[in-house]
Write a protein that binds this ligand. Structure first.
Ligand code: RUB
Length: 271
C-alpha cells in the first residue's frame, strides 16, 4: 500500500489529475487505509489531508462528507461504482449532443469530456477535436495523446490561439471541478474559452457528474507554485491560479449522468 504522503504528493503534483480521477485515486487509497486503520481518528486526519491536496475540486469533498456519515468499506465501494457508472451515462447522454463531422474544442484534460468524445467516435460519428495545450502544466497534451491513440483526429493549439480557431469549432466541451451558484469552475482559461464561444455563437457544454454539485459556502481557487509559470525573477511577482469561474450565462448545458441540464436547473439543484 502507498503511504498517505506519497498519495498526497501524486495528487498535488498533478500526476493524477482531473476531479473525478483524484476522487477515485483517493477513495481507492482510503479503502486500503481504513481496512488497516478503521474509520476513527486516523481516517479523519487522512481524509482532511487528502481533501486539502486540491481544494477547489468538490467531488472528493462530497465523497468524504458521505463517508464521514457512513463509515464503511461498502460506502467507499458504492462511491467508486457511482463514479464509474456516471461516466458511462455522461458519455451516452453527451453523445446525443454530438453530430456527425462535429469539430469539438476542449481544454485541459477532463475524463468526463473525454468519455463523451470517445463514445461519440465509437458510435461512428466522424468527429475531430481541437485541444488546447493548457498552460502552464500542459494537460492538453495528455488529451491530444489519448485521442490520437484512439485514432480520433486531433489538432493541438496554444491557449493563445483559442479565438483564432473558434470559428472552425462547432461546439466547445469541457469538464468541471465544481458546479456552483456562481458558475462552473474548471481549469484556468476555461472562462476565456467560454467568452470566445459566446462571441462566435458556439454552444458551450460542460460534462460533470452530480457529485460535482458544490454546496460549500466558500470555495478557494487553488493557487499553484509560481515555478510552474516561470523560474524566480528578482522583483517579479508570479501568480498561478489553477482554476477560474465561468459564469452560467456562457454555458449552454451541463451533461450529467441524470440527463442534460440547463444552467438554471443546476443552480436550483445546488440550493
Ligand atoms: C483538470 C480540470 C478538469 C476537471 C474535470 O485540472 O480542470 O477539466 O477536473 O475533470 P487539473 P474530470 O489537471 O489541474 O486537475 O472530468 O476528469 O473530473
Amino acid at each position: 500500500m502507498e503511504s498517505l504522503d506519497k498519495v498526497v504528493e501524486t495528487i498535488k503534483s498533478v500526476k493524477v489529475q482531473g476531479a473525478k480521477e483524484i476522487a477515485i485515486y483517493a477513495l481507492k487509497f482510503l479503502k486500503e487505509f481504513c481496512r488497516k486503520n478503521g474509520f476513527q481518528l486516523k481516517f479523519e486526519v487522512a481524509a482532511m489531508i487528502l481533501e486539502r491536496a486540491r481544494p477547489t475540486a468538490v467531488v472528493l469533498y462530497n465523497c468524504l462528507e458521505l463517508l464521514m456519515k457512513k463509515r464503511s468499506i461498502k460506502t467507499i465501494d458504492a462511491l467508486l461504482k457511482r463514479l464509474e457508472l456516471s461516466t458511462e451515462k455522461i458519455a451516452r447522454n453527451g453523445s446525443k449532443l454530438i453530430r456527425k463531422n462535429h469539430k469539438i474544442m476542449t481544454h485541459c484534460h477532463s475524463g468526463e469530456a473525454m468519455a463523451v468524445i470517445t463514445h461519440s467516435w465509437k458510435q461512428g460519428k466522424n468527429i475531430s477535436v481541437i485541444a488546447t495545450e493548457t498552460e502552464p502544466l500542459e494537460q492538453g497534451i495528455k488529451t491530444a495523446k489519448e485521442l490520437a491513440k484512439e485514432k480520433i483526429p486531433v489538432t493541438l493549439i496554444t491557449d493563445n490561439a483559442i479565438e483564432h480557431f473558434m470559428k472552425d469549432a462547432d461546439i466547445v466541451l469541457v469538464g468541471s471541478d465544481s458546479l456552483r451558484k456562481e458558475g462552473t469552475i474548471n481549469k484556468i482559461g476555461t472562462s476565456l474559452l467560454a467568452l470566445s464561444a459566446k462571441h462566435h455563437r458556439k454552444p458551450f457544454y460542460v460534462a460533470a457528474n452530480t457529485l460535482k454539485l458544490d454546496k460549500r459556502k466558500k470555495f478557494v481557487i487553488e493557487e499553484r507554485p509560481s515555478r510552474e509559470v516561470y523560474k524566480n525573477i528578482d522583483g517579479v511577482r508570479i501568480r498561478n491560479p489553477a482554476f477560474d469561474v465561468t459564469s452560467w450565462k456562457f454555458v449552454t448545458s451541463v451533461i450529467t449522468e441524470n440527463g442534460i441540464k440547463k444552467p438554471g436547473q443546476i443552480v436550483r439543484m445546488i440550493k
